[in-house]
Design a protein around this ligand. Structure first.
Ligand code: SF4
Length: 366
């Protein structure tokens, strides 16, 4: 008797495909990498600059982060669809707001712009536990304030002076929407812009990364935090740039204050080594800059003589562009001469945050 061959079981696992999809979504970025993100207003300045300068991510987001991200995205999309259905043609989704702190320009994405109600809306999904710790979250208010600050009409007027953060609180038995109004406060909007300006001009453009904030901790938020999964296991979450700020043993609680301890001797020795190497590289860089100047003087004569912008000799192509000098004003001098008034320039004043300076030198041992 011949038996029928058993039907082959299709080897297809949807959960694996979804896990893969979610992880890939995290790596897909809709942001310009070289910009300060409005959505990160008020968050760690060091992180914002590291990201804008293209530093590598040392702690990529995990599958747990991806699941959380997708949960938020799905719920936010649900509310946007509902609003679209209730108020057809009235809302604009994912509206782009430009700001000057990006190369070539910075972009923020407002969840919803509602012209007929003169409203900007941000939708956030939060867990019941997070909501119990207090809403609204300051970072979300700052984010919306940033959108209100930069969203202007073509003639430069601010049409939107009010926004709403709609929190969708995800509980065990359903979703509860709660809304918080946010009004544009010029002083707050200008303070956020002053912070972005300082980070962009004094840090991103000069490639100077701000120090680790004094109140940051290797094992505390926003550098590190923990959540619990469905099985009750603890899931660690790291800031993506954790490795640029902390080493595995740099937990302040455990810091050793004995200067004779090998740990501190090594810390000081390593700091000295780093500074010496930087000094050597700086001096090498200076020599190279001098040499570059001499070579450029020769190149300049050659390009003048041939009247060309681009030349090739051997396998090297060199282009020459003549850049106009930058116009700048000596405000200090102008103030001293009384040519400008301190009161008049006060609104344009910004002060960068202070910083620590360490001076290092070898000392003689007894
Ligand atoms: S690890 Fe902490 S200090 Fe470092 S960039 Fe991230 S949030 Fe800022």
């Amino acid at each position: 008797m011949s038996s029928k061959p058993a039907k082959k079981i299709i080897d297809f696992k949807l959960d694996d495909a979804l896990k893969d999809y979610m992880t890939k979504q995290l790596n897909k970025t809709r942001f310009n990498p070289r910009e300060l993100r409005l959505s990160e207003n008020g968050s760690c300045p060091r992180k914002r600059v590291l990201r804008a300068l293209g530093y590598s991510v040392t702690h990529p987001m995990t599958l747990d982060d991806a699941k959380n991200f997708e949960k938020g995205r799905a719920i936010e999309l649900w509310l946007t669809n509902v609003l679209d259905e209730l108020y057809p043609g009235e809302i604009i989704r994912e509206f782009v707001v430009n700001h000057p702190y990006g190369d070539p320009i910075g972009e923020g994405h407002v969840d919803i712009v509602w012209p007929s109600k003169k409203l900007l809306v941000e939708i956030k999904a939060v867990s019941e536990e997070r909501a119990n710790q207090g809403l609204p979250i300051q970072g979300h208010v700052d984010q919306l304030m940033g959108y209100l600050h930069y969203k202007k009409d073509a003639d430069g007027k601010r049409y939107y002076t009010q926004g709403k953060i709609i929190y969708l609180i995800i509980g065990r038995y359903g979703i509860t929407p709660v809304e918080y109004p946010v009004f544009y406060v010029p002083e707050k909007g200008e303070a956020l812009e002053a912070e972005m300006k300082d980070l962009w001009l004094n840090h991103v453009l000069k490639e100077v990364v701000p120090f680790v904030p004094k109140d940051a901790h290797a094992k505390g938020f926003p550098c590190y935090w923990e959540s619990t999964d469905l099985k009750g296991n603890t899931c660690p979450h790291y800031c993506e740039f954790h490795g640029h700020c902390w080493t595995e043993d740099s937990f302040l609680d455990d810091i050793c204050t004995e200067l004779d301890d090998p740990e501190n001797k090594e810390l000081f020795a390593e700091y000295h080594r780093v500074r010496e190497t930087m000094k050597a590289l700086d001096s090498e860089n200076k020599k190279l800059r001098d040499k570059k100047g001499v070579l450029e003087a020769r190149l300049s004569r050659l390009y003048e003589k041939l009247g060309e912008k681009k030349l090739i000799a051997g396998d090297v192509q060199i282009s020459r562009a003549v850049i106009k000098g930058r116009v700048s004003y000596d405000i200090k001098n102008a103030l001293e001469c009384g040519a400008v008034d301190m009161e008049a320039i006060k609104p344009f004043l910004s002060q960068s945050p202070g910083y620590e300076r360490f001076t290092v030198r070898k000392v003689k041992q007894d």
